[in-house]
Structure formats: C-alpha cells, structure tokens
Design a protein around this ligand. Sequence first.
Ligand code: B12
Ligand code: SF4
Length: 451
Amino acid sequence: MKRIALISANNFTVPYIIFPIGISYISTYLNEKMPDWQTEVFDFNMGGYEELAAFCREGNFKYIGISVRNIDDTNYYEQISFMAHYHKIMQIVRENSSAVVLMGGSGFSIYPDILFEKLQPDWGIHGEGEENICRLITALEQNEDPYGIDGLVYKKPDGSLIINDHTQHITSLSLHVEPAIAHFYFEKSGMLNIQTKRGCPYHCIYCSYPIIEGHNVRLLDPVSVVDNIIELKETKGIDYLFFTDSVFNIHKEYNQELASRLIERKANIRWGAFFTPHNLTYQDLALFKEAGLKHIEWGTDSLCDSQLEKLNKSFRFSHIKEHSLNASKLGVFYAHFLLLGGYGETDLTLNETFERSKELRRTVYFPFIGLRIYPRTPFYDVAIKEGIITENNNLLQPVYYISKDITMETLQERAHATGQKWIFQGDESPELMARFRAKKKRGPLWEYLMY
Ligand code: B12
Ligand code: SF4
C-alpha cells in the first residue's frame, strides 16, 4: 500500500498540550477519500527527533506532510521562537526520506512565503487543508498540473513564489480519533477539541485569524459534528470538549441548531469555546448551558471603550458586563482574555480596565502584554506608518507594539491591587495543573483558581 506521513510538529505545553486537530481532520479525510493510501501520524507530543528519524527511515513514505502550528509562544515576557525546531525537523525528514514534503498549518498560513523560503518544502498549502492535500497528491500521482489548486504555495521554475487564493471551502467533515490518542490527550489536557465553523467576519486591527481562515464564515454540518461528539463520548469516554472556532458565537441559527441537537441526542457532554461579548442573548446562553456549556473564554481585549474602539472591536464595556453577568447568573464559568499596553493604551485607559475588572463578578483575567504585529493585518500598516517596523522586517521574530504611554513597571502591581484574579503569562503553574489532572479534573482548570 502507498504511504503518506503526517507530522504534527507542535510540542509546546503552555497552557497545556494540545491535541493536533488539524492533522486529525486531514488524516480522517485522506482515509475516507483515498482508501488505497495508508496514512501514519507522527506527533511531537509523543516522540522526539530520534523517533522521527526512525519513523521516516522505516516508513517508506511517498509524501510527508508537516503541520506548523505555533511560530512562537506569543509571550512578551519570554519570546520563544520555534523556528529552530522546524529547521531540525526538515533536516531529519530530508536526511531520512526521499518523500515529497508538503507543509501547512495555522503558523504556516500566517507566513506562507517566508516559511516556504526558510524551510523549503516541495509544496505548501495555506488555510484549510483537507480537500486540497487530496487534490495535490492526486494531481502529482497522475502527472497532472497541480498549479490551479486552491491555497497552493509553490515555486515556479523561474524561482518566483506563488500563493493561490482559496475559492472553495469544505462544509462537512468527520473526525476520527484513535482510542489511545484520545485517551492520551484527554488525560493530559482534560479536554479534546473539535471545530464547528471556520472563518471570522470581524476586523480587529491586529488579528491574524482571518488571515488563516478567511472572513467568510463556513459552517460544518451540525449533524456530523454531533455524530462525532457522540462517538467520542460513547466509544472513548470524552465528555469535555473545546470548540476551536476562532469565535463560537458568529452564527446564531447554526448554534441554536447545534445546541438543540446536542440536547435532543442527550449527548451529555461539557464544553467551552471562545466567545465574543456581542451578538448573544440570555436565551442563547441558557440554551447553550442546557446543551453542556461549562466555560467561556471571552475575547475581551480591554474594559475601556476608547481602547476597544482603537482595536476596532465590535462591542463596548456595557456589552462585556451584560454578557458576563448573564453567564454568571446561569452558572457558566468565564475568563476574560485581555491585551494590555498595546496600540493607543495609556495609564488612564489601563486604570479604567483595572477599575472595571471589579464589576464582572467571579472571573479570571488572562492579560497578554503588547500587540504582536502580524503581516497582512490592518495593524501592520499602522506599525509601518509609525516607524515601529520597516517593510523588510518579516516578523518571524516577534515584534510587540508596546505603548510609550504606560508605566510597565507597575502594570502587574496595579492589576493585582484590584483584588481580582489576574494570571499573567508565566504565572501558570504546570505542577498545580498536573495535580488537578491526576485527580481527574476536566476542563480548563482556571475555575479552580478563582478565589
Ligand atoms: C483554538 C486555539 C487555541 C486554543 C486551543 C484549545 C484546544 N484545546 O485546542 C488555546 C487557547 C489553548 C491556544 C493556545 C495557544 N495558542 Co492558539 N490558537 C487556536 C486557534 C484559534 C485555532 C487552532 C485550531 O484548532 N484550528 C482548527 C484546526 C482544524 O485548524 P488547523 O490546525 O489550522 O489545521 C488546518 C489547516 O491549518 C491545515 N493544516 C494543518 N496542518 C497541515 C499540514 C499540511 C501538510 C497541510 C497541507 C495542511 C495543514 O489543514 C487543517 C484542516 O483544515 C488558532 C488561530 C486560528 N484561527 O487558526 C490559534 C493559534 C494556532 N494559536 C497560537 C498561539 C501562539 C498559541 C499559544 C502559544 C498562545 C499562548 N501563549 O498561550 C498557545 C499554545 C498552545 C500549545 N500548547 O500549542 C497562534 C500560532 C501562531 C504563532 N504566533 O505562533 C495562532 C495561529 C493564533 C494567532 N496568534 O495567530 N490556542
Ligand atoms: S480578535 Fe477575535 S473577533 Fe477579532 S478578528 Fe480576531 S478572531 Fe475575529
């Protein structure tokens, strides 16, 4: 049988290890659509460089697909880059196999041109990969011209790099997870992930998510999503899920249908997701709660209206408060993810955020410091105009925009003085998390950190 390998290169463990869902969707799809090929997955959460070398040597693969998720830790305090790890993986793959190397993943999709140049795969695919990897392999096998394939990244014989747009998207997907893998991730991270939709319609100035997935919202068939959830529960005992949608509440009718189906089918699972404090009613939340919603990660950014406006957010503090209090009333746990010290921030706007943090009831604040500048975002143009970066900075090494009008030295102190629970990057305690996991605690765990 002809063989394809898929390598999940991610081995970062903060805030917890993540099940490589992108690779899983692709391998499920390949198994369904190309049954005469055998797909093997190598996961860096389960093996290191030596095992990878043996896997490549012994696998006799015709194609090896590498998934590049994180470029760096997006932590202003640490600034760890994973590029050296990806170079090492490429070197091992090339030295131990003559397979055609394909590359994709969310990190790759932010930097398709730069990563293609640096890591030199034979072909890349930015954005969603299931259908296009099948089309690419089929074209290469049949000696057909692959150059029109959606999302394809390749070099022309003259050395110029081409990045094709996406014109078509997938709407129905299954996800099959081997029982041992499901068990491994569920034990370690207390959740498994699944997707219900792709794309984000909003235009927050700094955000790379629409670059990766596009602005068009695509809904994955709710019947298959619920079938998958029930299969994960019944055959693998997975009863806590995280919906990895860029934003969960971007389609009212779809979410109502999904929730109603989970209730009707008595799925009896717990779940969490990223929510925007906008486009949500108390009735929606109550329905989600009935369908198992246990925790919300609000993409809040700031509690100060002028800051929200500068970041081009579609909500204001009054909405944040209203929806937080609704969630609180319903007994749904929530955390607020903030961006402090970025574009337009001053000590006054920061102090407003700190002061208002007292109004959102029992919650945890997870602040990110500064704005990580990503190519092809509206904020990139601002950063160029303000001379923060030059056009020849490829931004692979993270650059953070830190406002000159804030007193960084006292930022954490001022946050803690509010008496609220603030967890800055680096404050997470892996030991404490491991102890909770050993006690079979599921979910994101921060609910246990709330005072
Ligand atoms: C959900 C999410 C999280 C959740 C994960 C929860 C969970 N249980 O899964 C949480 C909040 C925990 C999280 C944490 C982090 N995250 Co995050 N996260 C995301 C998010 C929104 C979705 C990822 C996802 O699951 N997508 C769904 C799957 C199906 O899509 P996919 O993996 O992209 O795969 C598709 C394609 O990429 C492609 N593909 C994938 N692999 C391959 C391989 C080949 C060969 C091909 C052809 C195609 C291909 O096909 C797949 C199917 O269509 C992305 C942003 C985004 N919209 O992509 C950021 C993102 C991946 N995260 C990012 C980062 C940085 C982090 C953290 C380091 C942040 C931090 N400091 O805490 C941590 C690291 C966690 C870890 N241990 O790795 C960055 C990575 C870029 C960068 N700067 O490095 C992203 C891109 C966001 C951003 N800032 O732009 N994250
Ligand atoms: S910050 Fe959230 S809502 Fe805004 S564009 Fe990014 S994913 Fe969409």
